[in-house]
Design a protein around this ligand. Structure first.
Ligand code: KG4
Ligand code: ZN
Length: 357
């Protein structure tokens, strides 16, 4: 058996625990989502999130161990996200990891959440009895897009653990923009999956502007959000009557539902176009050998489709369940940190603003 790493992730609203062997083989992946809890507030409430992590942590840990077929004593390394993220949320994961590391007498590895999103691409979900070598990596440098609720970063990965931040959003993160757009359109939370759902098969006659921000790899998403708001107001959709899209009790609601779908699609296309274009522009500028996607927004089907269609380089993208927050990506990332000798003591503290690159 290889090196078995327990990965713990609590940076936002998911209590996630996983066991990964040798950085690539997923033995278990438990994600306790708080989505329903926060949906009624239309966004994540930090105080509510931190309390929920406390009650979800031990059940998630027990289930991750049971699913992996291992006993706690068989874990070789404990890995945990220590930033960036919500302070009150990070603390629960970090303290759990410290207690486990101390009591088991095994190393503790602190992981940067953004680096974790990149390493989700190293995970292969295949039969644990399959002992073949994992497929070759495309080689470095890699052009990585990490797009989540809090970040939209273009990261040049020059080797394991070697990063340069070459582009970022100057205002809203892409996921945050999806969430706000969904609110404008009267859709639920989180907005990304909702926008994707209602956009599917929409007419596509409306278009929204793209913020190209010339001569930089930086992004801006607040303009397209405002353009969406103005369009929704002009068409009488906003402020909306509480008619959920796709439920069409009468003709008026049917019209507004098809309008919502069209505007959602126009918004999605604008964000996807800019993300794809800048990512591929970066890959060309830095002569990259592959493109990596990570973070909740990269679960988006249109984004995945567009990057795959327009890229001449290999595209490495995790399955959607590993794009959103999970413990497996933390364990995968920690494997490479452990191999290069990184060490963390029990004095490790959370770092809510931890940068990468
Ligand atoms: O990485 P993640 O799970 O948590 C953070 O680290 O923030 O990302 C969550 C974000 C949310 O803003 C959510 O709306 C967005 O990812 N998201 C999506 C999709 N699934 C999740 N955005 C667009 N399309 C999706 N299918
Ligand atoms: Zn994340």
């Amino acid at each position: 058996m290889g090196l078995k790493i327990l990965g713990i992730e609590t940076s936002c609203d998911e209590t996630a625990v996983a066991v990964v062997e040798d950085g690539r083989r997923l033995r278990s992946n438990v994600i306790s989502s708080q989505v329903e809890l926060h949906a009624k507030y239309g966004g994540i409430v930090p105080e509510v999130a931190s309390r929920q992590h406390i009650s979800d942590m031990l059940p998630a840990l027990e289930r991750a161990l049971a699913d992996s077929g291992l006993h706690l004593e068989q874990i070789d390394v404990v890995a945990v996200t220590y930033g960036p993220g919500l302070a009150g949320s990070l603390i629960t994961g970090l303290n759990t990891a410290k207690a486990l590391s101390f009591s088991l007498g095994v190393p503790l590895i602190g992981v940067n959440h953004l680096e974790g999103h990149i390493y989700a691409s190293w995970l292969t979900e295949r039969d644990p009895r399959d002992s073949r070598e994992p497929s070759e990596e495309p080689g470095f440098p890699l052009a990585c897009l990490v797009a989540s609720g809090g970040h939209t970063d273009l990261i040049l990965m020059e080797g394991h653990g070697v990063y340069k931040l070459v582009g970022r959003s100057r205002d809203d993160a892409a996921g945050e923009a999806f969430d706000k757009a969904a609110r404008i359109l009267g859709l639920g939370f989180p907005g990304g999956p909702e926008i994707q759902r209602v956009s599917h098969g929409a007419a596509g006659d409306e278009t929204l502007p793209r913020a190209w921000m010339k001569d930089t790899l930086d992004f801006s998403f607040s303009g397209v959000k405002t353009a969406l708001l103005h369009m929704a107001q002009a068409k009488g959709l906003y402020p909306f009557e509480a008619t959920p899209a796709e439920s069409a009790p009468d003709n008026g609601a049917a019209i507004s539902s098809s309008l919502v779908r069209e505007l959602a699609s126009a918004f999605q296309e604008s964000v996807v176009d800019v993300l794809t274009t800048k990512l591929l522009q970066m890959a060309e500028t830095y002569r990259c050998r592959g493109v990596v996607l990570g973070g909740g927004v990269t679960a988006n089907a249109r984004l995945r489709e567009e990057v795959a269609k327009r890229s001449s380089l290999p595209v490495i993208v995790p399955p959607p369940v590993l794009c959103t927050d999970n413990g497996a990506m933390i364990a995968a990332c920690a494997y490479y940190q452990y191999r290069r000798g990184e060490q963390f003591g029990l004095e490790l503290d959370i770092d809510p603003g931890l940068p990468l690159g």
